[in-house]
Design a protein around this ligand. Structure first.
Ligand code: GLN
Length: 192
């Protein structure tokens, strides 16, 4: 089984790695272009999207990652990672990679409720609700016709979606003990 890379420039990459290792998957931290040669799939974690994008540019990762994702590498962005993968964002910064046909607003839940947890239904994960942790979370304002919504949160709309090899979640499955979202991503990588 191929190695799962986790972009490890800033943010909560260690939590993704811990959860993947608890499933028994081989992982590697991605910081340099050379690290990309070893991986079969990539997770872009939560954190600060402006910082992550800046560091991706510094380490010359932006073009390389975009090329691999366009060539079909399974890629999952959680929270800041979702902002980075979007086609468009409502703010001026950062410049997203444009790899999923969604328009995203940063910090969509406002400063009063900037972080919260709630159980959501994610039909592809089965009947049991998924405990979703939102931290200064982005919102999806518009999705293209090729994008499949995987979960909704009442008036906030779509909170998880997939377009072919690209998966996004506005929340942080890596901050729970529930392995189901990671397993879903692994089924995109290795087949189910
Ligand atoms: N608010 C952050 C941003 O705009 C994302 C927060 C997160 O990843 N938990 O980049």
């Amino acid at each position: 089984m191929g190695v799962i890379g986790v972009l490890a420039l800033q943010g909560d990459f260690a939590e993704h790695i811990k959860l993947l290792e608890s499933i028994g998957v081989e992982t590697t931290e991605v910081r340099l272009v050379d690290d990309l040669r070893k991986i079969q799939a990539l997770i872009i974690p939560g954190g600060e999207s402006t910082t992550i994008v800046q560091l991706m540019d510094t380490f010359k990762l932006t073009e390389e990652i975009s090329g691999l994702v366009k060539d079909g590498m399974p890629t999952w962005g959680t929270c800041a990672g979702m902002i980075i993968l979007a086609k468009e964002i409502t703010e001026d910064r950062p410049k997203p990679l444009g790899l999923m046909d969604i328009r995203v607003r940063r910090n969509a839940y406002g400063s009063q409720v900037d972080s919260f947890e709630t159980d959501v239904s994610v039909p592809v994960l089965g009947e049991d609700p998924f405990h979703a942790v939102f931290i200064r979370a982005p919102g999806i304002e518009e999705i293209g016709s090729e994008v499949k919504p995987l979960s909704h949160l009442n008036e906030h709309g779509v909170i998880a979606a997939q377009q072919d090899n690209v998966l996004v979640t506005a929340f942080h499955p890596e901050l729970t003990k529930d392995q189901r979202f990671h397993s879903y991503f692994l089924s995109m990588v290795y087949g189910s």
